[in-house]
Ligand binder design. Structure first.
Ligand code: NAD
Ligand code: IPM
Ligand code: MN
Length: 367
């Protein structure tokens, strides 16, 4: 079976970090016999500049065909004043929605070499390994009605939190399945104390558990308390399952536990395609980082680790995924740091390319 990959570098640091991923994909082809049919296309502001839309229909169609989409990042100040409907972020949201990528896996793992870099104490974060499963295709991101309307002589901004039972059911199942392969614990987060959608969320997650996953330990937590607990003692968690907006916020919180947004990968998975592989998009959790774009400073690890997730979840290459993750870990243990991972003033960081070089060298050494 050919492994097909669509690469969408996007904007800002997106193309810079993706250039390093491309070299790693080539390494797996040359040294591990893993051949990928790679194509590249535009998304976000880069697509808007050429097509006047942040995702062309032809790109959308290609994304539906391939085994995996790898995305860098979208957005940037150049596009801030664009109409909402053509903003770069809409391109990413369209991909997620039309590919029906309902389960967004956001692992937060603290590499031992970075434990002192977290804003929390070493013993709070060292060995941390949690997985946030964020619902990605519904909730307040997509609910109707939405918009800015006139009402009684003033404007009112409206977004709607909306979840159906089946939307909650399928993401809950994804979380329980993952938990069985990890620490066998799921904590579900919502605000059932103030939101009807939260009440339904809690009921459905509990029902899925009782019917099909009674062996997995399930707890429920209000999402605000969940944010607090993530900072207080994150190692109490294994898998966290939550909605689209809470998942967005909580995964950024979890990011800082591990030291830098530049370290966090993600996988967005949908239903299986005809060949049995899930529809899938892999992207770093971070954005286009306009403050450092074009300077060769970006940390490519999040994007590289996103490719490792693609090896694991789309291409059934768990061992090769581990090889890549261990190469990243080794490089960090050796003290190689991009600027976002530096604590001491005066120390010299490596560039984006330098980090890519070090990881390639560690891959060579792994053979
Ligand atoms: P951001 O993630 O781009 O940047 C936040 C901070 O983290 C910045 O200081 C940045 O320099 C730093 N940072 C992020 N990634 C880094 C990396 N790989 N290496 C080193 N430092 C890194 O978030 P933001 O500033 O809130 O958003 C900027 C733009 O990106 C906005 O247009 C936003 O909508 C977009 N965005 C896109 C995505 C995505 O494409 N998936 C995600 C988040 C934000
Ligand atoms: C993320 C981002 C996106 C989101 C934006 C850029 C649409 O913040 O992937 O976390 O809000 O989902
Ligand atoms: Mn976010």
């Amino acid at each position: 079976m050919t492994n097909t990959l669509l690469i969408l570098p996007g904007d800002g640091i997106g193309p810079e970090v993706m250039a390093e991923v491309t070299r790693i994909i080539d390494w797996f082809g040359a040294r591990r016999g893993l051949k990928f049919g790679v194509s590249e296309d535009l998304v976000g502001g880069a697509a808007y500049d050429v097509h006047g839309v942040p995702l062309a229909d032809a790109t959308m169609a290609r994304a539906q065909q391939v085994d995996a989409v790898l995305l860098g990042a979208v957005g940037g100040p150049k596009y801030d004043s664009l109409d909402f409907s053509v903003k770069p972020e809409r391109g990413l949201l369209r991909l997620r929605k039309e590919m029906d990528l309902f389960a967004n896996l956001r692992p937060a793992q603290c590499f031992d070499a970075l434990a002192d870099f977290s804003s929390l104490k070493r013993d709070v974060v060292s060995g941390l390994d949690i997985m946030i499963v964020r619902e990605l295709t519904s909730g307040v991101y997509f609910g109707e009605p939405r918009g800015i309307f006139e009402e009684n002589g003033q404007r009112v901004g409206i977004n709607t939190q909306r979840y159906t039972e089946s939307e909650i059911d399928r993401v809950a199942r994804a979380a329980f399945e993952l938990a069985r392969k990890r620490g066998n614990k799921v904590c579900s987060m919502e605000k059932a104390n103030v939101m009807e959608s939260g009440i339904l969320w809690r009921e459905v997650v509990q029902a899925v558990h009782d019917a099909d996953y009674p062996d997995v330990e399930l707890s429920h937590m209000y999402a605000d308390a969940g944010g607090m607990q993530l900072c207080r003692w994150p190692k109490q968690f294994d898998v966290i399952v939550t909605d689209n907006l809470f998942g967005d916020l909580l995964s950024d919180v979890a990011a800082m536990l591990t030291g830098s947004l530049g370290m966090l990968p993600s996988a967005s998975l949908g239903a299986p395609r005809a060949n049995g592989r899930p529809k899938a998009l892999y992207e770093p959790v971070h954005g286009s980082a306009p403050d450092i774009a074009g300077q060769g400073k970006a940390n490519p690890c999040a994007c590289i680790l996103s490719f490792a997730m693609a090896l694991r979840y789309s291409f059934d290459q768990g061992d090769e995924a581990t090889r890549l993750e261990q190469a990243v870990e080794k490089v960090l243990a050796d003290g190689v740091r991009t600027a976002d991972l530096m604590q001491a003033e005066g120390a010299t960081p490596v560039s984006t390319r330098g980090m890519g070089d070090a990881i390639l060298a560690a891959l060579d050494a792994s053979l």
